[in-house]
Design a protein around this ligand. Structure first.
Ligand code: GDP
Ligand code: MG
Length: 235
């Protein structure tokens, strides 16, 4: 017997069936998020588990919290641990517990926004679940997708997980403070990532010794101004 999901609709009007197109449904919700956050820069932060996303949120918060109003939504399959770490750095943060799911979906973000103070918010980070595969497929209504790749992960990952790098605007090569101990080439990882996405920007950072964080924060501040439609003064 044919499974129900395979049966074709009958009748003369063929409507797109969003229950059969999960990603299309996700796109509708992502659009609603964009409409809700017209003046807030939204950054979707992706990487493998342990690449340094939360540590970067903490360090970015310390540097920018007196300049702009920012908040972090953070997703993990279980625990509040990351949101607690980020709040300890003085940044408003809310945990999305996905209940085992390997990525954040737009509807989770839209629901979480109900509990956040969005008034005058300049920058919202969404720290995605650590995973280089599934999160690449889900638009969260972000303006930019930023993917971290830690030098401990090996410089061969962009070609193995191309969609994440194809859909990102910026790649952060993280943990640069231990680069000297590892067989990892920033040039090779950059070349491989740009073979996939020639427009990808790249910054090498360390949240421990601060390398590259000024450049990262300047990148963010410029994007915040652009989002608000303010003129960006180059210096
Ligand atoms: N050496 C080094 N370790 C880091 C850096 N950033 C984070 N870590 C460490 O990497 C581990 C995972 O960091 P975390 O921020 O929780 O990663 P996440 O899972 O991507 O959010 C922790 O033990 C951090 O202390 C860094 O810039 N350099
Ligand atoms: Mg984390």
């Amino acid at each position: 017997m044919t499974p129900k999901s395979n049966r074709m609709p009958t009748g003369s009007v063929q409507c797109d069936n969003t229950t059969l197109h999960l990603l299309k449904a996700n796109d509708f919700v992502a659009k609603a998020i964009r409409e809700k956050l017209k003046d807030t820069l939204v950054i979707n932060v992706c990487s493998s588990p342990g690449s340094g996303k939360t540590t970067l949120m903490q360090e970015t918060g310390k540097r920018l919290k007196d300049k702009i109003k920012m908040a972090v939504l953070v997703g993990d399959p279980e625990t509040e641990r990351d949101a607690i770490r980020i709040r300890e750095a003085g940044i408003d943060s809310l945990q999305i517990v996905t209940g085992g799911m390997c990525h954040i979906e737009a509807q989770m973000v839209l629901q979480a926004l109900e509990y956040m103070d969005l008034d005058g918010l300049d920058l919202l980070f969404i720290e995605n679940v650590g995973n280089l595969v599934c999160p690449a497929a889900f638009d969260l209504g972000e303006d930019f997708r930023v993917t971290l790749i830690a030098c401990t992960e090996g410089d061969d990952k962009p070609k193995k997980y191309p969609r994440m790098f194809l859909t990102s605007e910026l790649m952060l090569v993280s943990k640069a403070d231990i680069l000297q101990y590892l067989p990892f080439s920033v040039e090779a990882v950059t070349q491989d990532a740009r073979d996939i996405n020639p427009d990808l920007e790249v910054i090498t950072i360390s949240s421990l010794n601060g390398q590259g964080l000024d450049e990262w924060c300047d990148w963010l501040l410029k994007k915040v101004e652009q989002k608000k439609g303010l003129e960006v003064v180059e210096n």
